[in-house]
Design a binder for this molecule. Structure first.
Ligand SMILES: Nc1ncnc2c1ncn2[C@@H]1O[C@H](COP(=O)(O)OP(=O)(O)OP(=O)(O)O)[C@@H](O)[C@H]1O
Ligand SMILES: [Mg+2]
Length: 116
């Protein structure tokens, strides 16, 4: 995260909700960190954002990572490269889901959710 913060030029806002440390197994936290790293790297490389927010929530047997930025967004829809494909595969391997969508009025929202 420190690496990306210097590349972004701003610090993402980070919030945790629920027993994140206590309830996320090591097998899942590795994937979570990889997905967060790829999401931040995409913001650095593609978004031209001025702010980003990370929310990690554990609730009801589910872990969710939301990563929002206020950058340029996807326009006509994301053409997935390796990064997004990899996030989707990590989610489906764990029985979860991954969605990337356009925010209003601008920016991108990544939602990565897996059962724990
Ligand atoms: N936060 C974002 N804001 C704007 N566009 C984005 C964002 N994240 C991804 N994109 C768009 O989605 C495309 C696909 O992203 P993806 O991570 O799959 O591939 P990539 O970053 O281009 O290459 P790599 O395979 O190295 O990750 C990007 O090329 C970019 O156009
Ligand atoms: Mg990428």
């Amino acid at each position: 995260m420190e690496k990306h913060t210097s590349e972004l030029g701003f610090s993402p806002r980070v919030a945790y909700d629920g027993p994140v440390d206590a309830s996320v197994p090591d097998a899942v936290s590795g994937h979570l960190l990889q997905v967060l790293g790829e999401g931040l790297s995409n913001i650095v490389r593609h978004a031209h954002a001025s702010a980003a927010e990370v929310v990690v929530t554990v609730e009801g047997g589910r872990l969710s990572l939301l990563l929002a930025d206020d950058g340029v967004g996807f326009g006509s829809g994301p053409s997935a490269g390796q990064g997004i494909r990899n996030m989707m595969k990590r989610a489906s391997d764990l029985g979860g889901s991954c969605e990337v969508s356009q925010r209003s009025p601008s920016g991108t929202l990544l939602e990565w959710r897996v059962p724990i």
